[in-house]
Design a binder for this molecule. Structure first.
Ligand SMILES: O=P(O)(O)OC[C@H]1O[C@H](O)[C@H](O)[C@@H](O)[C@@H]1O
Length: 280
């Protein structure tokens, strides 16, 4: 049986689930933010900055920030949206038979007044994390519970602990077109994407990618998302981020299933995206 406990991460109330095989996930209610995912061997798979505030004053730098209702500045509202700075509800937990889950919900009644005013729509977000052997599944649903369509963008902005950036690469993007941070469109020629400088790229989605690090291979799968975003700030941008130590950029990459451009959701409709991260 899975064991679910209430805990704290920094000053943030969090929920921890431990599966029968010892794999474990810790999620703060602030942002429904996955802060730690350990596989059954005890290995931490996610990166969290040592400099990030953990008191709800700011979005958390690391783990899996939930981005909604807009990606970055691709919309009229708050950069990367309000979901990562809102307090969600735990709506379910439990599991057996090798599947242990935590589920979180957020709707318009949970929002701070300034966010509800800036984005005046009725909605219900559901995010379920499931531990499944050496894999973690995230299922993200957006329900338009109002009477009018609304536009949205989103992402699961996952920070992977890669140990050494220089020994890290991503395969599965060869021949894919992408847009970089200069807004230039290019085609990736090499089979593997390496990190030798700042990288901020938006690719069209593919069903599967592989993240290769010095110590691990992770297989990333998605269904329902439009894009993969790949980000590492590089040395100069890392220095400018107050919630990241100067050399921490050498320890993580973000690989994010996303719907970066705003898309409409009709009244009563639901969008669902699925993401699986499987360790070898
Ligand atoms: O600093 P944040 O608001 O968390 O954004 C962090 C990063 O998110 C995404 O990966 C974007 O592609 C980057 O351009 C951005 O810098």
């Amino acid at each position: 049986m899975a064991v679910v406990t209430n805990t704290e991460y920094g000053a943030l109330p969090a929920v921890q689930i431990t599966a029968a095989d010892g794999s474990q996930a810790t999620v703060s209610l602030f942002g429904a933010h996955l802060l730690s995912w350990k596989t059954g061997d005890g290995k931490e798979r996610l990166f969290v900055s040592a400099q990030t505030p953990l008191d709800g004053s700011k979005a958390i730098r690391g783990g899996v920030p939930v981005i909604f209702p807009q990606f970055n500045v691709r919309g009229p509202g708050l950069r990367h949206g309000f979901a990562r700075v809102s307090t969600w509800r735990l709506t379910g937990s439990g599991g057996d038979g090798g599947q242990s889950f935590l589920e979180f919900g957020l709707n318009q009644n949970d929002l701070a007044p300034e966010h509800a005013q800036a984005w005046p729509h009725a909605f219900e977000l559901t995010l379920r994390f499931t531990l499944h052997g050496d894999a973690l599944d995230a299922q993200f649903t957006v329900h338009n519970s109002g009477a009018q369509a609304f536009p949205f963008g989103l992402a699961l902005h996952t920070y992977y602990d890669v140990g050494q950036l220089a020994a890290t690469s991503i395969s599965g993007l060869q021949h894919m077109r992408c847009t970089d941070h200069h807004n230039e469109t290019l085609t990736q020629e090499h089979p593997a994407l390496h990190f030798t400088e700042k990288l901020d790229r938006l690719y069209q989605s593919t069903p599967t990618l592989t993240l290769n690090t010095a110590n691990a291979t992770l297989r990333l799968e998605q269904q329902g998302f439009d894009n993969w975003v790949v980000w590492n700030p590089g040395q100069d941008d890392a220095r400018a981020l107050v919630d990241l130590a100067d050399d921490e950029y050498l320890r993580f990459v973000c690989i994010e299933p996303a719907c970066a451009d705003q898309r409409p959701l009709a009244a009563g409709a639901k969008w669902t995206g699925k993401h699986r991260i499987a360790a070898d």
